[in-house]
Ligand binder design. Structure first.
Ligand code: S3P
Length: 445
């Protein structure tokens, strides 16, 4: 996607060092504002990620009559004046999810519960991504979903109300699909269940009980939700931990650049999110956890990443959902590691903000890497990166940041076009990267 914004990233001028407080978790920020909007009462949220994706979710609720009170100019703290499960009003215009798959897919569940019609759209990248995975289950619950390609592509019009419970067996390991069904299930009569092919991030299941809605996971991993009929704002504020998906870029950069020692503070350590650290450790990476603590229902820790020579790895397919957003950064690491890195059963990467297998392969090959693509993964034989090239992030935030990390160990600069989407998940990436010594800056226009 042609969205502009050019990053110039070059070889690091020395070891990376320092402590970084990366911003709040994107997945949890979406869920916090959604549940708070649908609750009775006022919820205070701290550590909210003020990225474009999360602001799109907050704006959608504002468009449907929820008062969002920002408590600071950085938009990391807010008070949400919930309207209750049945208090949303139809928006005057289309709802706009921007670049955010999580926003649109979870909102499909929320909109399926409303007894009015809403039309939701997004940017050019989101308009190409598959929505049947959420349209189908909410249709089975009784909602109507219209859109092109039989309701697979945005814009989608969702007409809801009078939902029936569902026993959904998901074909894809997707937290977005699971969460869509759980949110719609809040409006249905009787118990709904979701079964996934592999467990995925469970932030929705962990956060719903804070709002008075129990969720039960049985011994087979099936998730059960029996709606109590309302959500209640928690008395205590919700604190959102630092986003492990953002922390990964700096942990990988510190692992790659000789002599580095970087600490990422109070990062979310949910086991269903830290596949990246297991994979990096499997490649020889040294990550030390200190100050382990609990924030609400989630665990956090400071992660200290130091330089280590990496080797290749055959990724265990069971780790794929837990690292699904971190493969661009891990591909950068693999292209600089010793030996072969093999990834399979990761076809979901082809339907993210871009086709992450193809776009990363094109960018890394331009920089001098040795990569072979497969429909469901890739084989990367590590070595050196010459750099001295221009690559296209194609409007995908994580490709832009991963190539900026790769450039720290390339032999010459890499120019990264269409990188402005960094603002969707990590608006402060460049200044924070510079603060630990990474060689990266925006090209002046
Ligand atoms: C997310 C789930 C994942 C992930 C996305 C955030 C979420 O998507 O890639 O960035 O917050 O539920 P899928 O559910 O499509 O795997």
């Amino acid at each position: 996607m042609n969205i502009g914004g050019t990053l110039i990233a070059g070889p690091a001028k020395g070891a990376l060092a320092g402590r970084v407080n990366v911003p709040g978790d994107k997945s949890m920020s979406h869920r916090a504002v959604m549940l708070a909007s649908l609750a009775d009462g006022v919820t205070e949220i701290h550590g909210f990620l003020p990225g474009e994706d999360n602001l799109a979710t907050a704006q959608m609720f504002a468009d449907m009559g929820v008062r969002i009170e920002w408590l600071n100019s950085a938009k990391t703290s807010l008070r949400v004046h919930g309207v209750g499960l049945h208090g949303l009003k139809p928006s005057a215009g289309m709802l706009d999810a921007g670049n955010s798959g999580t926003c649109v897919r979870l909102m499909t569940g929320v909109l399926a519960g409303q007894d009015f019609a809403s039309t939701v759209t997004g940017d050019a990248s989101l308009c190409k991504r598959p929505m049947r995975r959420v349209a189908d289950p909410v249709r089975r619950m009784g909602a109507t979903v219209d859109g092109s390609d039989s309701g697979n592509l945005l814009p989608l019009t969702v007409r809801g109300g009078n939902l029936k419970a569902i026993h959904h067996v998901s074909e894809v390991a997707s937290a977005q699909v699971k969460s869509c069904v759980l949110l719609a299930a809040l409006y249905a009569e009787g118990e709904s269940t979701v079964k996934e092919p592999r467990p995925t991030r469970d932030h929705t299941e962990r956060m719903l009980p804070l709002f008075g809605q129990p969720v039960h996971v049985d011994v087979d991993g099936v998730i059960h939700l029996n709606p109590v009929g309302k959500l209640t704002a928690p008395a205590a504020p919700i604190h959102i931990p630092a986003d492990p998906s953002s922390a990964t870029f700096f942990a990988v950069a510190a692992t790659l650049v000789p002599g580095s020692d970087v600490t990422l503070e109070q990062v979310g350590m949910n086991p269903l999110r830290n596949g990246w650290s297991r994979i990096l450790a499997g490649m020889g990476g040294q990550l030390r956890l200190v100050n382990e603590a609990k924030v609400g229902e989630e665990s956090v820790a400071d992660i200290q990443a130091v330089y280590t020579a990496l080797h290749g790895l055959k990724v265990n397919p069971a780790d794929v959902p837990d690292a699904i957003d971190e493969f661009p950064a891990l591909f950068a690491a693999a292209s600089l590691a010793d030996g072969e890195f093999l990834l399979s059963e990761a076809e979901e990467l082809r339907v993210k903000e871009s086709d992450r297998i193809a776009v990363m392969a094109r960018a890394l090959i331009a920089a001098g890497a040795n990569i072979e693509e497969f429909p469901d993964g890739a084989r990367i034989v590590g070595g050196r990166l010459a750099g001295s090239c221009t690559v296209d992030a194609e409007g995908d935030h994580r490709i832009a940041m991963a190539m900026a990390v790769a450039a720290q160990c390339s032999e010459a600069d890499i120019t990264i076009n269409n990188a402005a989407a960094i603002a969707t998940s990590f608006p402060d990436f460049v200044p924070l990267a510079q603060s630990i010594g990474m060689n990266v800056h925006w090209a002046s226009v």
